[in-house]
Every structure is written in C-alpha cells, then in structure tokens.
Design a protein around this ligand. Sequence first.
Ligand code: BJW
Length: 259
Amino acid sequence: MERSFRGLRHRERQSNRRKGNVKVSHGRYSEIVVLTGAGISAESGIRTFRDQGGLWESHRLEDVATPEAFHRDPALVQRFYNERRAQLPLVKPNPAHLALAELEKAIPGTLIVTQNIDDLHERAGSHHLIHMHGELTKARCVKTGQLFRVTEPLTEHSLCTCCVPASVLRPHVVWFGEMPLGMDRIFQALAQCDLFIAIGTSGQVYPAAGFVDEAVAQGAHSIEINADSSHVSHRFHEHRRGMAAVEVPKLVAELIGRR
Ligand code: BJW
C-alpha cells in the first residue's frame, strides 16, 4: 500500500517536473533529506576541510585520507584521527544541529545524511541519521569489518578482538576511493523526498555533491544553506546565504510552521 502510494507520488512529481511545476512553498513537505557537511559543525568549533584554516591546509589529504596513506604510515593516520576524536568532548551541538533534531520530531520523514564524522547530530537528538563518511567514535577490523567503540587513542599496533590471529583496527571513516556508507538507503530516500536541503558543504566531494541532482530529478524542491557559494550552488532552487547556526533554525521554523 505504502509502496504504491509512493509510486503514485513519484509519478505525480515527475509529471509536475515535466510541466515545470516545481514546489516552492513551505509547510507541506513530508519526506525531507538533509545533507550536512563540515560547515554545520564549524560554529561548534570543529575545523572544516577546505575553508581558510581548514584541515587540508595543515595536512595533505593524500597523507591522511586515503587507504594508501594508512598502508604507508598507519601511525600518522591514527594520530590525525586521535587528535580529532580527542576534540569531541570539548565541543557541543550548535543551534543548527538542535534545529534539525527538532525538524525530525515534527516531520518524522526527515533523514539526515551527514558527511561529518563527528557525533554532534546524535548528541543534538537526531535518530534518523546516516554517517556516509563514517564515525570518529568507532574503529573497524580490516578483516571482518566488525565495529568497535574507541575508548582510547589508536596506534599502528591497535588490534581487533574479533579474529584469530587479531587483525589491524583502522578508523571507521571513508577515505578517497572507498565506497561511502548507506548508499542504498540514501538513494532510496533521495528518490522519494519532496525536499532536499544541503547545509555547509562545498560540493567538491562525490557522490554527496551529486545528491541534489538525484533529488531534483525526482521533482523535489532544493535549498542550499551555506556561508558562501559552493561548487554546486547553481543546481539548487533556493539559497540561504549565512551561518548555519542562524539560517538552519530559521528554515526549520518555517518548515514546521512556527514563526
Ligand atoms: C559554512 C559555515 C557555517 C563554513 N555555516 N556554512 C573525479 C570526478 C568526480 C568524482 C571523483 C573524481 N575523482 C575521484 C572522485 C571520487 C572522489 C571525489 O569526490 N573526489 C573529488 C575530490 C573530486 N570521491 C570518493 O572517492 C568517494 N567515494 C566514491 O566516490 O566511491 C565510488 C562511488 C561511486 C558511485 C556511487 C557511490 C560511490 C569517497 C569520498 C570520501 C571523502 N572523505 C572525506 C574524509 C572522511 C573522513 C574525515 O573526516 O577525515 O570526507 S574528505 C572530506 O571532504 C570529508 C568530508 O566529509 C568531505 C566533504 O567536505 P565538506 O563537508 O563539504 O567540507 P568543506 O570543508 O569542503 O566545505 C565546508 C563548507 O561549509 C564550505 O562550502 C563553507 O562555505 C561552508 N561553511 N562554515 C554555513 N558556519
């Protein structure tokens, strides 16, 4: 029943799109996909990657964010993630994270897809959440893929407890050239959403940068919130320029009908 209803809505949206009849009014969305990037956590004090002062200014991504880097120098890569993990208890969710948790409560068809590996969305109270680039708080056995909660800094000697002989533990993050996590669920949600929102992401890393196209092709309305223009700004219907901690609560208030 649910399936055929969705199919009907999908055909209706396709037909609207052919007529150039794109939805713009708020207060009527029930299936929302929110893509978040480093910019949403910037005001919590976590560095972005590509802004001035970003992580890629002090580290070459080829040295810390590829499987080859981990193979070449696991100690350096583990140190890079240990330092970022150690920052988590010192930062807290900002009004943008909190507003998205409120959005999920008000509109249960909201899915947050985050590229961030911090834990600020869950600490803000979001439950319907996919960490497509992994999670800092977890490590993974390179052999079985089993996940372990990280309770102390990892080293090149950190081993799993799931296989004999024990295998290497690596950060549970998605490096360049690796497949992001949860892609089936994400593409399914993009195919069904009526609103796609991207917050604080530069649109330079795929497949996330292409999600707007997927959603818009299915007839969804799209909104970008960013302090600046991104590499994919031109693909969005609507833009909110400004800080996420200000713009996200404003948009959420509009969406849930609170003025
Ligand atoms: C604010 C703000 C405030 C600041 N308020 N806004 C050639 C063409 C196309 C693709 C490829 C290609 N060659 C290779 C690829 C694929 C590659 C890729 O995209 N490379 C590009 C560099 C070209 N991608 C991959 O390899 C991915 N895997 C893959 O493609 O698998 C195959 C596949 C095929 C088909 C379907 C599915 C899969 C894997 C990518 C892994 C990315 N990993 C990282 C590291 C993760 C762990 C870690 O955190 O260390 O993920 S890289 C890094 O970039 C991290 C981020 O999640 C990601 C995105 O960064 P983000 O979030 O956009 O941050 P910034 O810093 O770039 O931007 C911040 C933005 O916020 C800015 O716009 C600011 O203006 C804004 N901002 N303060 C609002 N207060």
